[in-house]
Ligand binder design. Sequence first.
Ligand code: MLT
Length: 207
Amino acid sequence: MSEVLIQHRFQASRAGVSEVPTLFLLHGTGGNEDDLMFLRDYFGENYNYLSPRGQVLENGMPRFFKRLKEGVFDQEDLQFRTVQLRDFIINTASIYGFDKKKIIALGYSNGANIAGSLLLSGYREVTHAVLMHPMVPFIPKPRPVLHGKKVLITAGENDPIVSRENTRALETLLKECGAETTLSWHQSGHAMAQEELEQAVSFVHTL
Ligand code: MLT
């Protein structure tokens, strides 16, 4: 397990840190640990918020793993960073006292891709997930068992980075693994649309 803790933000719920779910916020390329903390205004105080910074730099922009080019991922680095992020969850859970069995990953773009990687690696630490504009990070062999997990995928009909085929392939893959997966299309490009955010809030509130 890695010793150095990744830079991050943690905000505990006033409702009691070990009682409530933790929203694990994963930013897009060029973001940082502050980027998605505004989501507290949407999701409310009955959650803890944990937001790490991607540990890879691409032309000075933080990411969660290396890529060879747009949409082509460095699989070795992806695997290494996925393990590193899982270790981070375990370490921070013991530091802050949140429940590792109540973690909802919410990732956007590159953050959604590493959230997908955590799920497809079969790590139990991600209980449910919201994946905004994700791609298939890798094809797991054998398939992990994801029964009992709920995943919301939100996608842009006019996303110039993620093809509809790739989005649908991820939906199919997650369903094949047993995750209860909902795919929702929005009239948007790659940016996070307001209605997606509202849908994510409704989804998370039903978990
Ligand atoms: C990005 O710009 O971050 C890509 O769309 C997704 C990725 O590289 O993981």
